[in-house]
Design a protein around this ligand. Structure first.
Ligand SMILES: *Cc1c(COP(=O)(O)O)cnc(C)c1O
Length: 379
């Protein structure tokens, strides 16, 4: 049975053109970019080309791009690197209670080693107010981290306002933009964002490779030590094929951004239209200001776990929130922070779309979901 894949916030299928760009670096072109011979130089050139592609895509200087092993490492490196570099100035960090665990658990680790952290809660719509962030800032605050787009609800956070506040107060600002790239324009030179995380596998690139943007001249220190790769900002032999794939994926996504956005809006609207037609009780957790790729819905009086299992049996891949917690089915920290009631939290399903989904797929998935929900409710 072909799977209808509506879990694109967990990961996306590799774009065949990206795979093709990677191929030589998985076969003949296996040189180490630090080697000075021909093969090494070829690998080095491939990495530098990818760095330019990324720089172009997010309007940053190629020298400000650091390749990492993915979104998780970028988040860790951004926050730890900023906190450690500024530890003499202060040891307080501001973040939000709806961040990805890559940010939350990094902050919790920093608390264990002597830093203090304020977790700003969102409003009931899942959006954090920049004024609340401003209020959380103290004289000893050195770094603020707020995600661009929430991975469970799709809620878009006011990161440019927050970046402005941070710059005024001479505090570093980091944003996890993993769920934003490819849908929302990111023009770093026009913002006051200091650090930004990206991941290739969320935009039809390969897994295990990402970017940390580090604005030139900021007080930030690397967390991985070893060789002098990535201008001494991230030691370790580069993931050459992955980096080439990331560059290609970034270039392609950016070229197709406007078109994909429209396409995904159509998919999301169709899904919602069919579901609202066929179901009496449906709660939408994604706010108005959200990316169309993520649709968080609650089906009161139905267990998300049971619903997901039934969807899986019908060949529909969805999720009950973030991939990292869905295995354990812990109640979503994001919905809890939004003060949703227990019934809503326990019945949440996240459908997430990419341009590779079709309207027909989405209609089938919506009809099947409605049928399962109605059946489970009758029991
Ligand atoms: C997926 C995701 C990450 C983690 O990225 P990996 O490349 O899988 O480590 C971090 N933040 C957000 C918002 C994500 O959606």
């Amino acid at each position: 049975m072909p799977v209808i894949y509506l879990d694109n916030a967990a990961t996306t299928p590799l774009d065949p053109a990206v795979r093709e760009a990677m191929e030589p670096y998985l076969t003949d072109q296996y040189g180490n970019p630090s080697s000075t011979h021909q093969m090494g130089r070829a690998a080095r050139r491939a990495i530098e080309r990818a760095r330019e592609q990324v720089g172009e895509a997010i309007d940053a200087d190629p020298a400000e791009i650091v390749f990492t092993s993915g979104g998780t490492e970028s988040d860790n490196a951004a926050i730890m690197g900023a906190a450690v570099a500024n530890r003499k100035k202060g040891r307080h960090i501001v973040t939000t209670s709806i961040e990805h665990h890559a940010v939350l658990h990094t902050c919790e680790f920093l608390e264990k080693i002597g830093f203090s952290v304020t977790y700003v809660p969102p409003g009931e719509n899942g959006i954090v107010s920049s004024e609340e962030v401003r209020k959380a800032i103290r004289p000893d605050t050195t770094v603020v981290s707020v995600m661009h787009v929430n991975n469970e609800t799709g809620a878009i956070q006011p990161i440019e306002e927050i970046a402005d506040i941070c710059r005024e107060q001479e505090i570093l600002f980091h944003t996890d933009a993993v769920q934003a790239v490819g849908l929302l324009p990111i023009r770093l030179k026009q913002t006051k964002i200091d650090l930004l995380s990206l991941s290739a596998h969320k935009l039809h690139g390969p897994k295990g490779v990402g970017v940390l943007y580090v604005r030139r001249g900021i007080a930030w220190t690397p967390i991985l030590h070893g060789g002098s790769q990535e201008r001494k900002k991230r030691a370790g032999t580069e993931n050459v094929s992955g980096i080439v794939g990331l560059g290609a994926a970034m270039e392609r996504t950016m070229q197709q951004q406007t078109e994909h956005y429209k396409q995904i809006v159509t998919l999301r609207n169709r899904m919602l239209a069919v579901l609202t037609e066929e179901l009496d009780d449906l709660q939408i957790n994604s706010p108005e200001e959200s990316v169309p790729s993520i649709l968080s819905l609650s089906f009161p009086n139905v267990s998300a776990e049971t619903l997901l299992m039934n969807l899986d049996m019908e060949g529909i891949a969805a999720s009950s929130g973030s991939a990292c917690t869905s295995g354990s089915l812990q109640p979503s920290h994001v919905l809890m922070a939004m003060k949703r009631d227990e019934n809503c939290v326990k019945s949440v399903i996240r459908f997430s779309f990419s341009n590779q989904n079709t309207v027909a797929e989405v209609e089938t998935a919506a009809r099947k979901t409605a049928a399962i929900v109605n059946r489970l409710r009758r029991k």
